[in-house]
Write a protein that binds this ligand. Structure first.
Ligand code: PLP
Ligand code: COI
Length: 351
């Protein structure tokens, strides 16, 4: 039984206040978060907390030197009433990879799993109803809390998970929206931290993202930082293109290895498409019949148009969601909501 600290019922939200079908991708306070501290070289017990704040030393390495990692995964309430968490071992493994990348202690998969399931169970009333098409977003976070002034790893860490019910990440949900290519800003250096899920990658994308939003487009497509000649990924999602019965997605050291993309590669193969993970020269964008952004938050967000403003070129994929994107979306969400058989054992059913 985990230790429960600081239960504050005062601000408890009632379910009547939630408009499940019109949720945005935003933060909503839920009942509890879970925390595990790493002190004296070992992980402690899982603690349950209802406070939204963290007591933090002002010299904590997460604040000054970006020693922080996060993850994102989702729980879905199925038509059968069961709650399924999608591919949580993959998120545990990616967090461990990030930890190796920026010298933080790795949380074992079993501890990660226990914490995710506990956070979901404790906030069960916030898992959106099946009919709403919404889901419970699960946000694990690992930060260096120990004080340092020189640049070096902290001697103490905090792992925590909060959850929040969410709707679509990009406005409009599963409909086509425009995106923009940038060459003015890079998300990640060729041998930098792009492959890890660290906050710094998002800091470097905030300026160009805001500029893109002001132009009315959903997100920014980054190119490889060394040559700006190959497609990399969006600020919060991977890229894929469809043509001639092929699912094509970039391969690069500076792209975050998306678990959704990994799943779509499998789904594409299961649906009879050929899967190619390779360099995508910018000019090849003109040859795709369909294109999309994919990720936990984005699910599949079909691309209507991609603006290359530097070259005054628009890659137009049409206003209507393409047939292949639709098939893959239905299959992926079908597995997540329990409508399609989970043949690859991707879901963890919460008992
Ligand atoms: N790329 C970036 C930069 C992201 O932030 C995300 C979101 O997690 C993804 C890709 C998609 O990864 P996943 O499918 O594991 O959520
Ligand atoms: C996710 O899809 O889980 C992400 O982490 C994207 C995020 C930056 C909103």
């Amino acid at each position: 039984m985990p230790k429960i600290i600081a239960i504050n019922q005062k601000y408890k939200i009632t379910m009547k206040e939630i408009d499940w079908s019109n949720l945005s991708f935003g933060y909503m306070k839920t009942d509890y978060n879970v925390r595990i501290y790493h002190r004296n070289g070992e992980w402690g017990k899982l603690e349950v907390c209802s406070e939204e704040t963290i007591p933090l030393h002002m010299a904590a390495t997460c604040l000054h030197y970006g020693q922080e990692a996060f993850e994102g995964l989702k729980a879905f309430r199925g038509k059968d009433g069961k709650v399924r968490i999608f591919r949580l071992e993959e998120n545990a493994a990616r967090l461990q990879s990030t930890c190796r990348g920026i010298l933080m202690p790795e949380l074992p998969t079993e501890r990660f799993k226990e914490a995710v399931i506990e956070a979901v169970k404790l906030n069960e009333r916030f898992i959106p109803p099946y009919e709403s098409g919404a889901s419970l977003y699960i946000r694990p976070l690992l930060i260096g809390t120990g004080a340092q002034v020189g640049v070096k790893p902290a001697n103490e860490y905090l792992f925590l998970i909060f959850v929040t019910p969410v709707g679509p990440y990009f406005k409009g949900g599963f409909s086509t929206t425009p995106y923009v290519i940038t060459r003015k800003y890079d998300r990640a250096a060729p041998l930098g931290t792009g492959i890890y899920k660290v906050g710094g990658n998002y800091a470097s994308s905030i300026w160009s993202l805001e500029a893109a939003h002001q132009k009315g487009v959903s997100n920014v497509l980054y190119l490889d930082a060394a040559t700006h000649s190959k497609v990399e990924e969006f600020g919060a999602a991977n890229f894929f293109g469809i043509k001639d019965g092929k699912y094509v997605t970039p391969k690069s050291h500076s792209i975050l290895p998306s678990i959704t993309n990994k799943s779509l590669r499998q789904i594409a193969a299961d649906l009879g498409l050929t899967v190619e993970e390779r360099d995508i020269p910018v000019e090849e964008l003109a040859t795709f019949e369909e294109a999309g952004a994919c990720g936990t938050a984005a699910v599949i967000s079909p691309i209507g148009a991609l603006y290359d403003l530097d070259n005054n070129v628009t890659y137009d994929y049409g206003m209507k969601v393409g047939e292949t994107c639709k098939k893959m979306y239905d299959h992926l969400q079908g597995i997540q909501y329990g409508r399609v058989e989970d043949v690859h054992n991707w879901n963890v059913v919460v008992e």
